[in-house]
Design a protein around this ligand. Sequence first.
Ligand code: NAD
Length: 412
Amino acid sequence: MEDFLEQSARLMHQAAEIGKISPDVVELLAAPGRAISFRIPLKMDDGSSRVFDAHRVCHTDALGPTRDGTRISPDLNLDECKALALVMSIKHAAGRIPAGGGKGGIAADPGQLSKHEFERLCRAYIRYLRPSGPDCDVPGADVGTDMQSMAWMLDEYEQITGRHSPAAVNDKPPILGGTPGGYEATGLGVFEVFQAAAEQIGFKLEGARVAIQGFGQVGSVAAQAFHKAGCKVIAIREIDSGVYAEEGLDIDELLKHREKEGSLQNFPDTRPVTNQELFSCDCDVLVPAALQGVITKGVAEKVKARILVEAANAPTTLEADELLLDRGVTIVPDVLANAGSVHLCQMERTQGLSDDYWGAETINEQRRQRLVHSYQQATECAERHQLKSVRLGAWINALKRIEEAVIARGWC
Ligand code: NAD
């Protein structure tokens, strides 16, 4: 099976060919503009020393400063950062955000570090990376980092430079210039883009049967939004447990149950469900919100859903994507469906630069409008090129915007 980097590169070439993007621009985007790897020495609490591998990739800054994604996970490597940075460039450009794609992080297991070790590692990442500030490259949170990690990183940056600079780091707490609603932004966005897709194809939300893989930050917030809109969330699967209820799950009660019991298991009036059963269950809407590459061709053959909403990054292989499109499934692609947090980060940066902070209502409405607009533009592009794939529509739009900026700058 293709890895994430190969799949992203293939998608870019496919979109570039259909969109008639200049081969020079494609060549420029085929590899990141800047990619560095470095090592971070860390004193552990017991006095011993360890060294951690770290990376930062800035894919292209043609449209604006590179942004986002500081991942701390045991297997993180440079190729993964390269692929994710390319996808971030596309996500920003497809959302008409004046930014390029950035991704980086540390190969470490946060669960194996004490709180103090983790804080020292986050701070050291910024010292060794020496980020060049809000006008160049802006780290944000990702897997293994959160608001607190980003607060330490911002503080470290400000200590080094001797200046307050809230726009230098994204996803920080509101008290330091962060944007309220950061936790919910992606999950709510997933629902909002789905809603736009449903409206376009005349799909009725009331009573629609929804199955969701992943009940973390994105999956749980999306599940609440589906439930609130009158859909029946019939199946949810996490890493260690899953539940199915023909008449729909009460999402708030399920969250309380997991809080108390530590898993979804034994939630009243449900039966267990595996990942394979969830993907092939009799639902209208399937939402992978956990892992990459889970909808393979074999899985896709059994999918019964009419709409696939990609809340996770790259959950569908390109072979599966083709098969589902041929069967008439509407696919709401990741670069649009899970872009809620990138729009939020754009607003966070604008606020940080201007010192003018907006209320949650303004932010939520702006996020919704921007997401829906990007989805509509991608579907229009797909129609213009007579494509079934909204994904390709989004990638073509993104590449065209980047191409325009590259040419305006005289790079190609
Ligand atoms: P999370 O860590 O909060 O939740 C992950 C969920 O996936 C958990 O419920 C976990 O149990 C489940 N999971 C893990 N392995 C599984 C398995 N083998 N089978 C079934 N379930 C499994 O992560 P998140 O922030 O909700 O992110 C979910 C996905 O969305 C990831 O692919 C992430 O890259 C992507 N994403 C997240 C954001 C964001 O803002 N958090 C933005 C864009 C994309």
